[in-house]
Design a binder for this molecule. Sequence first.
Ligand code: SF4
Length: 109
Amino acid sequence: MKTNIKSEILDWARNFYTCKQKQDTEREFTKERTLNKRGVLWLGQTCNLRCFFCYFTNKINDKDHPEHKFMSLDKAKEICFKLKTVYGNEYVDIQGGEPTIYPPIYELI
Ligand code: SF4
C-alpha cells in the first residue's frame, strides 16, 4: 500500500495536539502574568529547507524581500547586547529562517 508521508505527519500532529488539548483542560493555570526573561533574535528569513507548514516561504523564496537576507554579525551582537542590558533578558532564542546556516553562528553564540 502506498503511504502519503505528508498526510501521516498531519494525522500524527492532529492526534498529538488533540491529546495535548485534553491534558491542558485538566491543568490549573495561574492568573498571574509576568514577562519571561527570553529575548528573540530573528536573524533573517534565509533557509535551506522548505517545510510544507512554513509561514515564511514568501520571504524565504524572495531574495529581494527586505527580511530575507541575514543581518550582519555586528547588528546581531548589538541586538543581543540590548536584549541583555536594556530588557534584562537572560536567554536569547536565535531564529531565522534557519539560524544554523548563519555563517558566523558560532561567533554569535
Ligand atoms: S524557516 Fe523554519 S519552517 Fe520555514 S522552511 Fe525554514 S526550517 Fe522550515
